[in-house]
Design a protein around this ligand. Sequence first.
Ligand code: NAI
Length: 388
Amino acid sequence: MRTLNVAMIGGGFMGKAHALAYAAMPMFFWPAPAIPVRKVVVDVTAEAAETARQRFGFEEASSDWRSVIARPDIDLIDICTPNDSHAEIAIAAAKAGKHIICEKPLARTGAEAKTMLDAVAGGKSVHMVAFNYRRTPAVVLARKYIDEGRIGTILNFRGTYLQDWSADPDSPLSWRFQKAVAGSGTVGDIGTHVVDFARYLVGEIASVNAVTRNWIASRPKQSGNVDKLGVGGGDKNAERGAVDVDDEMITLLKFEGGAVGSIEATRNAYGRNNFLTFEIHGTKGSLSFNYERRDELQVMFADDPGDARGFRTVYTGPAHPYGSDLWPIPALGVGYGETKIIECHDLCQAIVNGTQPSPNFEDGYRISLIADAILKSGETGEWTDVGR
Ligand code: NAI
């Protein structure tokens, strides 16, 4: 069986999720398209890289991603670093002819994402951007129903991504609150996941009209690189630094195909944890999904009997997309890890087949353009075309 030697850059939250996927993918998908080999993990210091090596089961550790990309034995570069280093690493990887998976958002801006798309254009790199939530089986099932015409023509998409891990004004000033590193706040960090749902399920977005807000202007500075995502709270006595990104975003959408919609994203919604949702209304029915109940898709078809009108729950299982490779009984439950395992499978399959997976750098670029348009509209208050 073919093997793929992986070099993973960044051993934080996403490093953990991706390492799990490399180890577990062949346990679910068998025969696997290829066996990922956890060859080398890179972090900013030798110590951090060695810790990641031991924890995530890599053969080697390094603190120099450039020399790792230059190695002829590496097939796949996996970019799990904060957003400001995605472009530099991906462009170097493309120049070296490596396959690439890059965490989302692809880049800080559409212009930066374009440099990455240009770098892979015409080359032999298979490229993917890690919007893994769309690989939740219930979300893929929604797409299947839409493709089969089960809800007719889509009229409306309503999506949210609401969290509360940064609602405390004293939660730490991590890289996610610094424009120079993150590019934007809720728009790029979580709003883009909903934009990915919208494009995957409905189609291309033509224009947006957004409101953006910053609620917490400064936060206590934190030590270390890894984002603590509010865990344990911040040190109230630490020196505070400025937050220069959006904390909240609400946008209206007009799709190229004629549908309308809206997206809300915030990390300041006390009581909401990972409230990533969509509801889609079509001329023949509706679909509704909430990631916090990710084994379930709520469906209502217009030809349901009159005395049974209303949403009902389909629990995903072996009869549904990817289900026969996951667990043998519906509603045993898939988690965040499984979305990354499925993503890893589809990436390896694409590499073996020599095809481009979806979402790839083209999708990542389009999503970055939409993020730019949302941010611009948030400043001007006007409808803003996404452009091409
Ligand atoms: P994190 O802060 O937990 O970890 C980042 C790691 O990268 C740290 O270990 C840090 O030391 C390391 N690092 C930073 N610069 C580096 C460099 N130049 N070379 C080598 N290592 C470097 O961050 P997290 O949450 O893992 O985020 C990483 C990326 O993943 C971001 O782009 C983020 O938007 C994305 N992400 C995606 C999620 C998803 O659901 N798909 C969820 C969380 C994050």
